[in-house]
Design a protein around this ligand. Structure first.
Ligand code: ZN
Length: 140
């Protein structure tokens, strides 16, 4: 009787302890990987696209590279900046002089009323946000 009693109480207790330890270990391991510095960095990287701002010119979400464009050129006293794709900024610079850009200022609809810009925006609409091909010919 005494032996059986001891066995019965010791058995489940030991088993529970082992289970508890295993549970704790797994729980800690999961917790660790969840809050590990590597994962945190990774999550920060993932948060960026979610918070992606739309491009001022083409309204697509911006990609990895965001150009903070001065609708009124800096040299003309422009202080406001708008997020843009590199390729969209290149299009503006290629199609307008600083004086024209200054005249349009924040009036993106005015810029879009220009056939070359309209054409570009329609063309780039289905491209990847990081698409920069053909326009990014390096002259340096
Ligand atoms: Zn764009």
């Amino acid at each position: 009787m005494e032996f059986e009693f001891t066995f019965e109480t010791a058995g489940p207790t030991l088993g529970d302890q082992r289970k508890f330890r295993q549970f704790r270990y797994r729980h800690m391991a999961r917790k660790h990987s969840k809050h590990g510095s590597h994962d945190d960095l990774h999550r920060e990287g993932e948060a960026t696209p979610a918070a992606a701002v739309p491009c001022w010119l083409c309204s697509r979400p911006t990609g990895k590279t965001i150009v903070w464009h001065h609708p009124v050129p800096k040299s003309r006293g422009g202080r406001d900046v708008v997020p843009m794709h590199p390729i969209c900024q290149k299009t503006l610079i290629a199609n307008f002089t600083n004086s024209e850009l200054q005249r349009y200022g924040m009036d993106v609809d005015g810029l879009l009323a220009n056939p070359p810009v309209r054409k570009f925006v329609d063309w780039v609409a289905n491209k990847d946000p990081d698409f920069t091909a053909t326009m990014t010919k390096k002259r340096r």
